[in-house]
Write a protein that binds this ligand. Structure first.
Ligand SMILES: Cc1ncc(COP(=O)(O)O)c(C=O)c1O
Length: 376
C-alpha cells in the first residue's frame, strides 16, 4: 500500500500527508482494542520504567509474566493451566509441535489444507500450499493434511500421530468455520488414538468471534492452545498453553525443552495483561454478536457472491480476483484499509477493532456498497 504512517489512534491511522484511514483489518488481527489503547500504552510505559529484559528461561520470577498467566488461565478450562510465553504465533506453533512430539513420543503431525500456522520451517511444513512453500522444501517429515469438516479424513489420525493442529475458524482460507459436530468428532478421534489436539487461536482469539477464545463457543477443549496477535494489544507476544502434566515434559531429560530469550518479555506481558483486563471489563465481546448481525444485514449486493462471518470478522466473496483488488484499492482511496487472504483470491478481509461503534460499522458497510455500485 506504500502508506507512511505517522500516528495511530483507535480505529484510525494517519499518514505523512495527514490523510486518515480506518484500519478495518486491525493490523491483521492484532489491534482488537484499536490502536494506542490508553490502558495498554500506560502499562507499557510503567513496565518499561520499572524493568525490561532481565534473565530469560524462567530463571527469575518476573511478576508481569506470573500475574498475566494467572489472569489468562483463570479464563480457561482447567486443563489449560500452564502457559509458555514466546515471541510470535509461529514460535507458538513450533513450541506446540515439539511438545506434542515429545509428550507422545510419536513423529507425525496432521494439519488442515489451506491452513496457515506461521512462516518458520516447522510451521511452514504444516502448510499444504505448494506455491508458497516449495522453495523451502524438504521440511520435517511426517506431516499429513485433512480437509476441514470432512469426517472421513479423520481416519488419517492413527497411532503414529503426535497431534492434529486446527483453527476453529480457518482464517487465511477466508473465514471458514468448523462444524461443531466435526470438532466434537475430531476431539473424540484424537482421544481414542492418543494424539494431542492443538487449536490455533492466533486469529480467532481475544474476542474476535464474540468469546475470548473460539473453543469456548464450541465447547471442545484442546490439549494445547496457541495464541498471539491480539494478545499483546499491539506488542509482540505469543504463547502455547496446555495442562501442566503435558508441559512438564519440557523440563527434564533433557532439560530446556524450548528456549527463547525474549519470549514473555515483561513489557509485552504488561501490555497483554492490560489488553485482557480491558477486554474482560469493557463488555466489548458481548457486543460482537450484534455487530456480526449488522454485517450480515448490510453486506448484501449483487457483487457479493458469498458472505462468511465469524463474529466481528468477515470474508466478503466477490466474482473475481480483479474485482476484489479493485474494491480494496478504491476503499483505500476512500480512507478504508481492507485486505485479502493468503489462500483465497476472491474474498475481502474485514476484521476491524472490536471498539468500532455500530454507527462506524454501518458507515463502513455503506461505503463498501457504494464502491461496489461504481465501476470496478
Ligand atoms: C492462524 C495463524 N496462525 C499462526 C500465525 C503466525 O503468527 P505470526 O505471524 O505471529 O508468526 C498466523 C499469522 O498470520 C495466523 O493467522
Amino acid at each position: 500500500m506504500g502508506l507512511e504512517i505517522v500516528s495511530a489512534d483507535g480505529l484510525y491511522l494517519t499518514d505523512a500527508s495527514g490523510k486518515k484511514y480506518m484500519d478495518l483489518i486491525s493490523g491483521i488481527g492484532v489491534s482488537v482494542l484499536g490502536h494506542q489503547h490508553p490502558a495498554v500504552v500506560d502499562a507499557v510505559k510503567q513496565q518499561a520504567g520499572q524493568y525490561m529484559h532481565t534473565l530469560p528461561y524462567g530463571e527469575f520470577v518476573l511478576s508481569p509474566q506470573v500475574e498475566y498467566a494467572k489472569l489468562l488461565t483463570d479464563q480457561l478450562d482447567k486443563t489449560l493451566n500452564s502457559v509458555y510465553f514466546v515471541n510470535s504465533g509461529a514460535e507458538a506453533t513450533e513450541g506446540a509441535i515439539k511438545l506434542a512430539r515429545r509428550y507422545t513420543g510419536r513423529p507425525n503431525v496432521i494439519s488442515c489444507y489451506q491452513a496457515y500456522h506461521g512462516s518458520t520451517t516447522g510451521a511452514m511444513a504444516l502448510n499444504s500450499d505448494v506455491f508458497f512453500t516449495q522453495a523451502y522444501r524438504p521440511f520435517m517429515p511426517g506431516v499429513k493434511h485433512i480437509r476441514l469438516n470432512e469426517v472421513p479424513d479423520l481416519d488419517k489420525i492413527d497411532e503414529n500421530t503426535a497431534a492434529v493442529i486446527i483453527e476453529p475458524v480457518q482464517a487465511e482460507r477466508g473465514v471458514y468455520a468448523a462444524d461443531p459436530q466435526y470438532l466434537a468428532k475430531l476431539r473424540q478421534r484424537t482421544k481414542e488414538k492418543g494424539a494431542l489436539l492443538i487449536f490455533d487461536e492466533i486469529q480467532t482469539g481475544f474476542g474476535r468471534t464474540g468469546k475470548l477464545f473460539a473453543y469456548q463457543k464450541y465447547n471442545v477443549v484442546p490439549d494445547i492452545m496457541l495464541i498471539a496477535k491480539g494478545m499483546g494489544g499491539g506488542m509482540p507476544i505469543g504463547a502455547f498453553i496446555s495442562d501442566r502434566e503435558i508441559m512438564q515434559h519440557f523440563t527434564r531429560n533433557p532439560v530446556l525443552g524450548h528456549l527463547t530469550t525474549f519470549g514473555g518479555h515483561p513489557v509485552n506481558c504488561a501490555a497483554a495483561h492490560a489488553t485482557l483486563e480491558t477486554l474482560l471489563e469493557s463488555g466489548l465481546m458481548d457486543r460482537v454478536a450484534e455487530k456480526e448481525k449488522l454485517l450480515q444485514s448490510k453486506l448484501v449486493h449483487p457483487r457479493i457472491k458469498e458472505l462468511r462471518t465469524a463474529g466481528l470478522w468477515a470474508a466478503i466473496e466477490v466474482e473475481s480476483p480483479a474485482v476484489m483488488h479493485a474494491v480494496i484499492s478504491k476503499c483505500l482511496n476512500r480512507g478504508m484499509i481492507m485486505d485479502w487472504f493468503l489462500f483465497n483470491e476472491k474474498s475481502l478481509r474485514l476484521a476491524p477493532p472490536l471498539t468500532i461503534t455500530m454507527e462506524e460499522l454501518e458507515a463502513v458497510c455503506d461505503d463498501i456498497l457504494h464502491v461496489m455500485n461504481g465501476e470496478l
